[in-house]
Write a protein that binds this ligand. Sequence first.
Ligand code: ADP
Ligand code: MG
Length: 217
Amino acid sequence: MSFTLTSKDYVNYINIVKQRIYENGDYISGLDAATGDGDHWSNINMGFESLAAAGEELQNMPIDAAFKKIGMLMMSKIGGSSGILYGGAYMAASKVIAGKESIDSQDLCNAMEAMVNDMMQRGKAEPGMKTMIDSLYPAVMAYKQALSANISGRETMILVKKAAIDGAEATRNMEAVKGRASYQTNKGVGNLDPGAVTMSYQIECLCDYIIDNLIDK
Ligand code: ADP
Ligand code: MG
């Protein structure tokens, strides 16, 4: 079974994930301090604060335009690699849902696939390089598989979120090929990648929002 996700839903989700990111400040900053330069949480937190501040405007747009605006805000408000990668990803996603007022489950899967493809191209990265792609990519693969297996919407969201969380956890033992952790002598082995963890928060909060609000119990 599918669902209908509107811009208003997306803004509701943004407010939920903004809070989740805010509450995990010390943890995420610690992860980036161990493997990078320590700013990932402040970058991503600032980005979600700016999205939440634009909530009124975003919720009154068709979802394709909202995604484009989200991309532009992320590109301009989030510093570091993640700003460019998220910005580009949302803009790519807005293109695959062009002309849509709201989206269904297949559209969301297509949008997430466009995001990961854009991130991989822009960041010249693949799964296994200890980046945020290691959470998003398995989530997209699980989503595609679930849609083709025709299982329930609830079960689909549970599988997508599990793949994202497991994917982030798997970065612990990876050697970084991209990002600042790749400059470290041990390539960040033993630490989770902060970008993968914040990506998993976003996917988890989106799946939970859909389960709790858009799917019949
Ligand atoms: P910066 O590394 O510029 O300080 P952030 O700290 O905001 O930027 O983000 C770091 C995160 O960005 C990393 O944890 C990793 O997940 C992700 N990242 C870095 N480089 C790349 C890349 N080339 N492709 C995909 N993700 C990347
Ligand atoms: Mg950083």
